[in-house]
Design a protein around this ligand. Structure first.
Ligand SMILES: [Zn+2]
Length: 94
């Protein structure tokens, strides 16, 4: 049975060193705070991911809604959130 690995590290593209970790994300995306804000096309803004860009069931209950069950790659030292947690509109924007 082959299963697409959605938790692979975006940098080394491997899940060998990836473990689950709570990731702190932004309270609100810039586009929400500033209606005139235009993001650069094709710019993947994962490090500044905001609560309103994630699926409802991916984020915690208030006041912990900024913590999501993300992943951390011990090889690269970076934390990331699986695409499956993101709203479809956010994923397609990138
Ligand atoms: Zn990695």
């Amino acid at each position: 049975m082959s299963q697409k690995n959605v938790n692979a590290c975006p940098k080394c593209l491997s899940d060998t060193y990836v473990r689950a970790k709570k990731i702190l994300i932004g309270k609100s995306s810039p586009g929400r705070l500033f209606p005139d804000f235009k993001e650069r096309a094709g710019y993947k803004r994962k490090d500044q991911l905001a609560v309103d860009e994630c699926k409802q069931d991916a984020v915690g209950d208030p006041p912990l809604e900024q913590f999501v069950d993300g992943c951390y790659c011990e090889n690269c030292g970076i934390g990331f959130v699986p695409d499956s947690y993101l709203l479809t509109s956010v994923v397609q924007k990138t």
